[in-house]
Design a binder for this molecule. Structure first.
Ligand code: RVP
Length: 504
């Protein structure tokens, strides 16, 4: 507080400050990176991948959640496609799948193919049940092909007598270990169905999930899951307007209802200017109809903005206007506040309102994350993750170096593809009329996300070790800032050497 009061007339960002070292009794590896963004949204690492069309689709969201973070699926794609992306994440890894997708004996293989396509399932094997959920058989994935489209499921399924099952009682106290043992003992069987005493289907294990879970027990970063053991997943939504310029309430509510039905854990009303009526009304609308759904909203850079959105019903507020690596809002519109000062004013308001804030944009290294987490409950990263193989987009080779496309959602290309509303424009506005607030860029390719996140998590833990902070609550309480001079900034990075290899 003292530091920011003393610097009241000066807006600062990450590189302007350094954190003071404090007495410590804690080693980096002993620190805990868990963060609670909402009682129904706990992450194991406080990192979220940005809802941008060159950053987060299902593969990124899956990898983020597997490593303990969260992905926000962007909304620059048709609503149906966004739904199937969310389904892919939520159906990805389970222990016991408690509500497996089932088919009925009198459907055709063609019906099943449509289901697979619509819901974006990565699997094709389905239990077959009657109207009471009694198990009739198992439809093997290799029969779910267009050439058999007109065949009835009943004719293609493996009949009940030949399907291996286990009862709920037999599963005992450690179902995962039991399922693992089953797959060891039944070579070639990849699905284990769970039934009750009346032979009604109660769940399903798949061999790949079990293998993944056994493997995860040895990996450093543990997955972020919901209470049904599914990976966490978020989705961005826009304030869609109808032809008369009013909020398209029906369309917004239908889409959110569909997202909730698919199991989405949080929705993000993402716009460039969150302290505005359209965003507030959208948040209110969602809150009114979905009282328990965690809502992220933004972006803002003032305490008033935080209070406004939280009063409208948002739980988690995105902070950042202009810090993004592909963002030109400050150049084009002349507005925005350097990120550390924005986080400070927003954190004060968030504390009063009892909501969380996320530091969104401008993060280029793990040290920035440590600084951000002294004020925020999590960070949103775009550019830092856009070069990972899990991000959407083609690779591009230029002069022997390999790059991936990364573009601002306020760039002309992204707005033409659908994100104009995020920047307050109508999709009908001619491109020449709107001023882009983002650029199209390239990022050098990164290693896979788990490598990047392990490095980032290690950096955050180092920072916490230097501050003697065993967890993120302590980090927020203990942090002391010191302003850095230009010479100090030069000194902070590698200098006066010929070749620098960071080692990562
Ligand atoms: P960065 O991580 O620095 O690349 O920033 C990513 C953030 O930038 C996003 O989460 C979003 O808030 C913001 N953004 C996205 N597009 C644009 C733009 O075109 N101006 N800005």
């Amino acid at each position: 507080d003292d530091f920011f009061r003393e610097h009241a007339g000066l807006a600062l960002t990450y590189d302007d400050v350094t954190l003071a070292t404090l007495y410590s009794e804690i080693l980096p590896r002993e620190t805990n990176l868990e963060t609670e963004l909402h009682e129904r949204l706990r992450l194991r690492i406080p990192v979220i991948s940005a809802d941008m069309d060159t950053v987060t689709e299902a593969p990124m969201a899956i990898a983020m959640a597997l490593n303990g973070g969260l992905g926000l699926i962007h909304c620059n794609l048709p609503e149906r496609e966004q739904l199937s992306q969310v389904s892919r994440v939520k159906n990805n890894i389970h222990g016991l799948i408690q509500e497996p997708i089932k088919v009925s004996a009198d459907q055709t293989i063609g019906d099943v193919l449509t289901l697979v396509e619509e819901r974006g399932f990565a699997f094709r094997t389905f239990p077959v049940v009657d109207e009471n959920d009694t198990l009739l058989g198992l439809l093997p994935g290799h029969t779910v092909r267009p050439r058999y489209a007109s065949t009835k499921v009943a004719a293609a399924m493996t009949p009940r007598a030949q399907v291996q099952t286990i009862t709920e009682k037999e599963l005992g106290k450690n179902p995962i270990a039991k399922a693992d043992q089953f797959f060891n003992e039944h070579i070639g069987i990849h699905k284990l169905l769970v039934v009750d005493d009346d032979d009604r289907l109660r769940g399903l294990f798949t061999i790949s999930d079990i293998e993944r879970i056994m493997q995860e027990r040895h990996s450093q970063l543990k997955p972020a899951r919901d209470d049904q053991f599914r990976l966490l997943c978020g989705a961005a939504v826009t304030a869609t307007r109808n032809s008369t310029g009013e909020l398209d309430r029906d369309r917004i509510l239908t889409h959110i209802g569909d997202l909730v039905e698919r199991g989405v854990d949080v929705v993000a009303v993402s716009t460039a200017h969150g302290f505005s009526k359209g965003v507030g009304d959208t948040v209110k609308l969602i809150r009114e109809h979905f009282p328990d759904l965690p809502i992220i909203a933004g972006n803002v850079t003032s305490g008033e903005g935080v209070s406004y959105l939280s009063k409208c019903g948002a739980n988690i507020i995105k902070v950042g206007q202009g810090p993004g690596s592909i963002c030109t809002t400050r150049v084009v519109a002349g507005v925005g506040i350097p990120q550390l000062t924005a986080l400070y004013v927003c954190a004060k308001a968030a504390e009063q309102e009892g909501v969380r804030i996320l530091a969104d944009g401008g993060i280029t290294k793990s040290g920035d994350i440590v600084k951000a987490l002294t004020l925020a409950h999590g960070v949103i990263c775009g550019g830092l993750l856009a070069g990972c193989p899990e991000a959407p987009g083609q690779l591009l080779e230029i002069n022997g170096k390999v790059y991936k496309q990364y573009r601002g959602m306020g760039s002309l290309a992204a707005m033409q593809a659908g994100s104009a509303a995020r920047y307050g424009h109508s999709s009908k506005d001619s491109v020449r009329k709107v001023a882009a607030e983002g650029v199209e860029a390239l990022k050098e390719v990164n290693p896979p996300l788990d490598v990047v996140l392990t490095q980032l998590a290690g950096g955050i833990q180092s920072g916490m070790g230097y501050l003697g902070a065993p967890n993120l609550v302590a980090l927020r309480e203990k942090a002391r800032y010191i302003q850095v001079s230009p010479a100090g900034q030069r000194e902070s990075a590698p200098h006066d050497i010929v070749e620098v290899k960071t080692g990562n």
